[in-house]
Each structure stands twice: as structure tokens, then as C-alpha cells.
Design a protein around this ligand. Structure first.
Ligand code: URA
Length: 208
């Protein structure tokens, strides 16, 4: 599955705002939501359409509607929460599942601590949301969890990626389509993406 790097000028412009260390919490949070909305537009390109009959103020017409696709947004706690509203603006009927996984700061391995999925997850296409794809451990663990729960198909929406995360997803979940706005060059010794944008969760929630 190819990785989709979203090069739209608006996305790239907004990504620069996120990268800037002088961008404050309020603007950072708003721009994460805006980028998530633009990513949603790209990630839903292949949604199937069907014709329905409607009546406009002028005449009867045959027009398109999204054909009964059931979606679940799956933010990985906590930074993924920052992307949810942006997608819900465009897909208000989507269910929101939550997966709590954090990276152990010493081992950098994923540790799962909370999961709440809709009961009909096996009938849903899932959009996993995590702003940062660094080592890929968390995203890969979340995808594995969703597959074991029976999710129909999975896409990963991540604002910024690094090569190790991209490689891990391609090795462990080649069927998961990844959407990202940029692939930076390296991770530092703490597992942060360089140049990156810092700790996405701290910048969204103002905890640092
Ligand atoms: N998570 C973050 O929030 N930032 C990084 O650079 C890597 C992982």
C-alpha cells in the first residue's frame, strides 16, 4: 500500500505553523483540527457514491450521496484526540472509538491502557488518528488491536512521520493505507521526530 504524502499548499502552510516553536496552544490546537479536516478530505476520496432522487427548488433531480459507509474514528490517546473534531466536522455520523496506548519512555515500546470500541466495529472502516508516526510502535499496536476486534478496513491519518514509523507500518500492516503531511528525516535519541514539531500531546493540551 503506498504512503500518501499530502502536498496540498494549505496543508504544507499549516504544517509550518505547527512546527514553529512560537505557535501557542490555542493556535496549535486549531491548526491540528484544520489539518485533520483537510486530511479527511483526502482520505475519503474513495468513498462509494450512489444515486438518489431528490427535488430541488427548481426540478426533480438524480444526485449523489455517500452510500451507507460506516466509519469509526479511532484517536490514539491522547494526541489523537486533537484530530477528532476536524474529521467530525466532515463526517458527523462517524462513531468515535478510543485506544489508549503510550510509549514507555525507556523501552519506547507501546503499552495499552484503555480501549473502547463501538460494538459493531466489524462493520466499520476505521480511521486511526495519531498526529505523530515516530517509531510506529503505537500505531502498529493500535492497528493490530483493531484487526483482532474485526475492523473491516483501516486507514492511518498522521500529520508528521519519520522513516522508522513508515517502515514499521509497511512491514507489519501493508494493507493499512497511510496518509501523512510530511516524512521528516530522523528520530532523535528520545524518539522525537527531527525537525518535527515537538511533543504533539503537550502542544495540543498545553501540558509543558
Ligand atoms: N510523539 C510526539 O509527540 N512527537 C514526536 O516527535 C514523536 C512522537
Amino acid at each position: 500500500m503506498p504512503i500518501n504524502v499530502l502536498t496540498h499548499p494549505l496543508i504544507q502552510h499549516k504544517l509550518t505553523i505547527l512546527r514553529d516553536k512560537d505557535t501557542g496552544v490555542k493556535v496549535f490546537r486549531e491548526v491540528v483540527g484544520e489539518i485533520a479536516m483537510l486530511m479527511c478530505y483526502e482520505a475519503t476520496r474513495s468513498l462509494p457514491l450512489e444515486d438518489i432522487e431528490i427535488i430541488t427548488p427548481i426540478a426533480a433531480a438524480t444526485s449523489k450521496t455517500v452510500s451507507g459507509k460506516k466509519l469509526a474514528l479511532v484517536p490514539i490517546l491522547r494526541a489523537g484526540l486533537g484530530m477528532v473534531d476536524g474529521l467530525l466536522n466532515l463526517i458527523p455520523s462517524a462513531k468515535v472509538a478510543h485506544i489508549g496506548i503510550y510509549r514507555d519512555p525507556d523501552t519506547l515500546e507501546p503499552v495499552e491502557y484503555y480501549c473502547k470500541l463501538p460494538p459493531d466495529i466489524m462493520e466499520r472502516d476505521c480511521f486511526v488518528l495519531d498526529p505523530m508516526l515516530a517509531t510506529g510502535g503505537t500505531a502498529a499496536a493500535a492497528c493490530q488491536y483493531l484487526k483482532e476486534a474485526g475492523a473491516r478496513s483501516i486507514k492511518l491519518l498522521t500529520i508528521l512521520s519519520a522513516p522508522p514509523g513508515v517502515e514499521k507500518m509497511q512491514q507489519e500492516h501493508p494493507d493499512v493505507e497511510v496518509y501523512t503531511c510530511a516524512i521528516d528525516s530522523i528520530l532523535n535519541e528520545h524518539g522525537y521526530i527531527v525537525p518535527g514539531l515537538g511533543d504533539a500531546g503537550d502542544r495540543i493540551f498545553g501540558t509543558k
